[in-house]
Design a protein around this ligand. Structure first.
Ligand SMILES: Nc1ncnc2c1ncn2[C@@H]1O[C@H](COP(=O)(O)OP(=O)(O)OP(=O)(O)O)[C@@H](O)[C@H]1O
Ligand SMILES: [Mg+2]
Length: 505
């Protein structure tokens, strides 16, 4: 029997100014889950895009199911049984779930699109995956996590034998992650080979058989997961040891900066009250759907408020739109970078400069280039954003480096309060520490930092104070020292009986 269903050898791939893959080898067996690991920009997505025919390699050999393939196109790859779930969601927001699943392979009856047939086939796939979404819903109306599940359904609808998942869990709830793992185990039993890319290293133990590690576009090593340790994996990825995963600094808790009083906005923001002081980091914990993102959006003025008061430095301010918040020194680093955070077609320089034009423009309204260059250089350096130069499209950066640009562009301002929504999603271990250090620097300079996160270790490791939300309300508050995972979870599941009679059963 064939030992490897995928063999890639000496793969090279360059983009203008970057050697993304330099002599990389990779292989995969039937019936195994292979984790592909490496820091942001290591070349993981590029290698998998080469395997799925999205990018053409410059040189190197590829064989799939023992067949040497020379010119690999996405269609050819699909025929050979390769399916890929991309890191960035690739859905057509205005089409239905079924239309997205069958995009490019639409079903017809006598030359006419058969929506009925597609809906019923899509329903079968969704049922098989235990995904409770109607095939007729318009994808743009679904939450990111649900869109991700549709993406997975789409990949599996082609009867893939080689399934590549690039950061599939970055937007899923823990229940959805469990469902996904169940699907992965089932596919593995059926003999599929699965490539699993994730920065959530704690997930690996549940599903992974082997790991392949890349660094700076090069192959580092492959190991059986059982024979290695997290320490070894991380030092191979980063090229050094990471001593402290959650660096915490002390700082004096100063005056009250922000006070939110009786805030109401829609179903998921109900009578919210909290305050934030100078020099403190407040973490917002909760399950997906608890209303954490909605709350930050209402405060920042993205969504309308029904009632409530926002007091900044003792003064009641009116925030009707994000610009009002920004002018008052309150910024939000959003959750969905592709939709809200980044203009992928603009350069990195433009992305960083755009929200800061008020600072960068002189009286005549002309951008001061020297100031702009200094701001861009400083942001890139502080966050160690890896890029060939600041003129390339933001969309060409690796996923994690895009996230750093989104975070970075707000830091150039003299803000009073910085709110982060899932700031480390899709970011590698070393870069996470950089983001934490940055939050710490903000805190030490007297800024109030407010962050939403679904990663419990991060909430407990970085916050000075923790608020917990459930059903749009704040259901718990702890000082970091007194918080435990259990106490937080208990508050995160205090469902509102009136709103959710079944949820607490
Ligand atoms: N279409 C492109 N045009 C130009 N450069 C690109 C393109 N795609 C990737 N690159 C560059 O290739 C390198 C590898 O990127 P890749 O997306 O493969 O990294 P990654 O390992 O998937 O990182 P992450 O964990 O952040 O997703 C990066 O330097 C990136 O900027
Ligand atoms: Mg990637």
């Amino acid at each position: 029997m064939l030992e490897y269903i995928v063999e890639m050898e000496h793969i090279q791939k360059s983009f203008p100014g970057v050697k993304a893959l330099d002599d990389v080898s990779f292989n995969l067996k039937a019936g195994e889950v292979m984790a592909l690991l490496g820091e942001n920009g290591a070349g993981k997505s590029t290698l998998m895009k080469v395997l799925s025919g999205v990018y053409t390699r410059d040189s190197g050999d590829i064989s799939i199911f023992g067949e040497t393939v020379t010119d690999l196109t996405p269609k050819k790859a699909q025929e050979l049984g390769v399916a890929i779930i991309h890191q960035e969601l690739n859905m057509c927001a205005h089409l239905s779930v079924a239309e997205n699943i069958f995009l490019g392979r639409e079903m017809t009856r006598s030359g006419v699109l058969s929506n009925k047939e597609m809906n019923s086939q899509a329903q079968k796939i969704l049922d098989r995956l235990n995904i409770a979404i109607s095939p007729e819903i318009i994808v743009g109306d679904l939450a990111v996590s649900k869109q991700q599940m549709v993406e997975i359904a789409k990949a599996l609808s082609t009867n893939a034998r080689i399934l590549i998942m690039d950061e599939p869990t970055s937007a899923l709830t823990s229940k959805e992650i469990d469902d996904l793992f169940a699907i992965i185990r089932k596919l593995r039993e059926e003999g599929c080979g699965i490539v699993y890319i994730s920065h959530r290293l704690e997930e690996l133990q549940h599903i992974v058989d082997r790991v392949t590690i890349m660094r700076d576009g090069r192959y580092v090593t492959s190991m059986d997961f059982a024979d290695t340790s997290m320490q070894e994996i991380i030092s191979n990825m980063v090229g050094r040891e990471i001593k402290e995963k959650f660096p915490k600094v002390e700082s004096r808790r100063g005056r009250k900066i922000l006070e939110v009083k009786n805030l109401n906005a829609g179903k998921l923001v109900r009578n919210i009250n909290f305050e934030l002081h100078e020099g403190e980091i407040v973490g917002i914990a909760g399950l997906m759907g608890a209303g954490r993102t909605e709350m930050t959006r209402a405060v920042f003025g993205v969504d309308p408020k029904e009632s409530g008061e926002i007091i900044l430095d003792g003064k009641s301010i009116s925030i009707q739109k994000p610009m009002d918040a920004i002018k008052n020194g309150l910024v939000l680093v959003p959750e969905d970078r592709k939709k809200d955070g980044l203009c992928t077609k603009l350069s990195i320089r433009e992305n960083i400069a755009l929200p800061n034009l008020d600072i960068l423009c002189g009286r005549a309204g002309v951008v001061n280039r020297a100031k702009e260059t200094a701001m861009v250089d400083q942001t890139v350096e502080e966050l160690t954003i890896r890029l060939p130069n600041a003129e390339v499209d933001a969309g060409s950066l690796s996923g994690g480096n895009q996230q750093k640009v989104v975070v970075g562009k707000w830091l150039a301002r003299n803000s009073r309060v910085v709110m982060f929504d899932e700031p480390t999603r899709g970011i590698d271990v070393a870069a996470k520490v950089e983001i934490y250090n940055l939050m710490n620097r903000l805190k030490q300079s007297g800024i109030g930092v407010f962050f939403v996160s679904s990663e419990m270790p991060e909430i407990m490791g970085i916050s000075d104070r923790i608020l917990v939300m459930c059903d749009g309300r704040i259901t718990g508050e702890f000082m970091a020292e007194e918080a435990t995972q259990n106490r937080i979870l208990e508050c995160a599941t205090k469902f509102d009986q009136k709103l959710n009679p079944a949820a607490s059963l």
